[in-house]
Write a protein that binds this ligand. Structure first.
Ligand code: ZN
Length: 142
């Protein structure tokens, strides 16, 4: 199997079966982002455990495959990390997708599936939108 195909399969799997996806009611909503150029939309709620680490990021994502898959991957990636760590990863991920720094999946091989997106500048926002939303939700608590 070609590497590109493998990454495409990972991406489609996250799109079709997004991890930690569930409706986020208004009274639990912590951050919301839209990407008008593509029509992507995310609502999310981050749950932090008594040890100060993320237990779960519940997200409600609508839009293209890249935005939904990216939110699904992010929700898995951040589990067990502290808000400060996650904010640093969000900045790093955004810089990688903008090609400002070399791509590094930060220990999560699934994130590699998004690397190809950086070749399409108009789609970069699709991949980074969920991280902006999560940062917004966590910054007051970091
Ligand atoms: Zn999109």
């Amino acid at each position: 199997m070609e590497l590109d195909e493998l990454y495409q399969d990972i991406l489609l799997d996250h799109y079709r079966h997004p991890r930690n996806a569930a409706p986020v009611p208004d009274d639990r909503l912590q951050a919301e982002e839209i990407n008008p150029s593509c029509g992507d939309h995310i609502r999310l709620a981050a749950e932090i455990g008594p040890d100060g680490r993320l237990v779960c990021v519940r997200h409600e994502s609508t839009g293209c495959a890249i935005s939904t898959a990216s939110a699904s991957m992010m929700s898995e990636f951040v589990r067990g990390r502290t808000p400060a760590e996650v904010i640093a990863c969000a900045d790093r991920f955004t810089a990688m997708m903008r090609d400002e720094t070399p791509f590094d999946p930060m220990g999560d091989e699934d994130l590699h599936a998004l690397e190809g997106v950086k070749k399409f500048p108009l789609r970069v926002k699709c991949a980074t939108m969920c991280w902006h939303a999560l940062k917004k939700a966590l910054e007051p608590r970091a």
